[in-house]
Design a protein around this ligand. Structure first.
Ligand code: PHE
Ligand code: NA
Length: 509
């Protein structure tokens, strides 16, 4: 490894780059869907608890692990984790931190390419005069490659490659380029978000049509924010909440460590990491929850939203609803929405590129250009299947294995390494060195015990989810020595591709 001392240009640059890393499509597309699918207000409490007990500790851990590695000249999790223990296997565990990013970036940049194209569709008024069904099938035809949009064959592939190339170009300019994109993209994104969220918060029932007389934007907001305590006993909701917290904060991916490895040795971690983390949460809970759901509820009613919550809302429903605001504001809203998504996406996909580049640098001494181009090629090779075979669901497979499962495993192992192998005393000293605020001492204890235990529970829960998420039934079946079936979505069933019947012979007679 060479000792080119590259580092962030300024504190503002570092915070914006880290916030840009975290604030992404997850905030605006994934969060609202997860929240609705998990019962709205029922989702919020586990979500907030996961933020405080797993999210924040993992931010502290990953920032300090990264800064520690950078001091030794390492910029990728295989090398950084290796330097924290004498055992050889941590290096291989660090490879998760590379793999995950590549798997996620493969479909993430594809969504990013939709947002990019839809900015232009909004500007040029492609959707003007189209009906709801037409706008919806326009998207279906696009992703299923069944239309020859603009007369260009395989347009989705072309736009995908173009967006990847933009990422590669920016990455090849190094930290400076990433910082610049964050400095432009983040304020714009927040501005666009506020414009749209303002509509969401103030829409009320103004636009309810005859077909949806009960439509009211506030129903959506109330549904999301009325806490329901019963959900605290539902492990499925906890799993979804933990998964969303990890995904949205970009933890368990090796990308925060990589960014932090370019910090200076005594640069503050405590305040910077919390600032970036809270920025992400503010954008998620204030803006992310105030756009798609309330606007859709305001036009189509909450019942419609509950039945149709999904990815399509962003690309199929929103452009239709914007039309109802009239020609001018319709275009403005479309540009705000897809522009916001594009900036949120690109500042995050850049962050997913850097771990690979860091690894190539640590392993082979590759420079920025070689690192960026090789990243582009590998992302393309991984991503093309999701583009060409969208209808076969590759997309969800990547999101599940890359964006959900490996995050939890990696975060668990990393917490054990940090708190138990490297040692909590040394770890605490790393976190607090140069700190501009005092972190409550309780966090030392949380990081050592609470975070790893919660992570383990989440992992075990995902492994053995019983059918219908009926834990009480499964547990009583266990004690009665009866068979019970695992949920087809549980990890074990997924790995074995089958229905798994489980039984524990606690009661052999
Ligand atoms: N946190 C990003 C989002 O919310 C996703 C991401 C994951 C970014 C991993 C970088 C690394 O969309
Ligand atoms: Na996020």
């Amino acid at each position: 490894m060479s000792n080119t001392k590259e580092s962030w240009g300024s504190r503002v640059g570092l915070i914006l780059a880290m916030a840009g890393n975290a604030v992404g499509l997850g905030n605006f597309l994934r969060f609202p869907v997860q929240a609705v699918q998990n019962g709205g207000g029922a989702f919020i409490l586990p979500y907030l608890i996961c933020f405080l007990l797993m999210g924040i500790p993992l931010l502290f851990i990953e920032w300090s692990v990264g800064r520690y590695g950078g001091k030794l000249g390492n910029h990728s999790t295989p090398y950084i984790l290796d330097s924290m223990s004498k055992k050889p296997y941590w290096k291989y565990i660090g490879v998760f931190g590379i793999f995950t990013n590549i798997a996620v970036v493969a479909y993430y940049t594809y969504i990013e390419s939709w947002t990019f194209l839809y900015v232009f569709h909004s500007i040029f008024g492609t959707f003007t005069g189209m009906g709801k069904e037409e706008i919806s099938s326009f998207f279906d035809n696009y992703v299923n490659l069944t239309s020859s949009d603009l007369g260009i064959p395989l347009l989705p592939v072309v736009v995908y490659i173009l967006v990847l190339a933009i990422n590669v170009y920016i990455l090849s300019t190094g930290l400076g380029g990433i910082e610049k994109v964050a400095k432009i993209g983040m304020p714009l994104l927040i501005f666009f978000g506020i414009v749209l969220a303002y509509r969401g918060w103030t829409m009320g029932a103004d636009y309810a049509s005859d077909a949806f007389p009960d439509a009211n934007a506030w129903d959506g907001i109330n549904f999301l924010w009325t806490p329901q305590y019963s959900s605290l006993a539902d492990p499925k909701v906890w799993l979804a909440a933990a998964g969303q917290i990890f995904f949205t904060l970009s933890v368990g991916m090796g990308s925060i460590q990589c960014y932090a490895s370019y910090m200076r040795e005594n640069e503050d971690i405590a305040l910077n990491s919390v600032t970036a983390g809270f920025t992400n949460e503010l954008v998620e809970v204030l803006l992310g929850s105030a756009i798609v759901i309330p606007i859709a509820a305001g036009f189509l009613g909450l019942d419609w939203v509950l039945e149709n919550a999904g990815f399509g809302m962003a690309f199929q429903t929103m452009p239709y609803l914007f039309q109802q605001w009239g020609a001018v504001f319709g275009v403005v809203a479309g540009v705000c929405w897809f522009g916001l998504l594009f900036f949120a996406g690109i500042t995050s996909s850049l962050a997913m590129g850097t771990p690979w580049m860091g690894f190539m640098h640590d392993e082979f001494g590759w420079g920025k250009v070689k690192g960026a181009v090789s990243f582009g090629l590998i992302a393309l090779a991984m991503g093309l299947p999701t583009v060409l075979f969208y209808q076969y669901g590759y997309f969800d497979e990547y999101d599940y294995w890359g964006g959900t499962v490996s995050l939890v495993i990696f975060a668990l192992l990393e917490t054990i390494l940090f708190a138990w192998v490297f040692g909590m005393e040394k770890g605490w000293a790393e976190i607090t060195r140069g700190a501009d605020i005092r972190i409550p001492g309780a966090y030392k204890w949380i990081m050592k015990y609470v975070t790893p235990v919660l992570l383990l529970l989440v992992f075990i829960g995902a492994l053995f989810t019983p059918e219908g998420n009926n834990w009480a039934g499964a547990i009583s079946a266990l004690f009665d020595g009866q068979l019970y079936t695992l949920d087809p979505g549980s990890l074990i069933s997924k790995i074995s591709h089958g229905d798994i019947k489980a039984q524990m012979l606690l009661n052999p007679e």
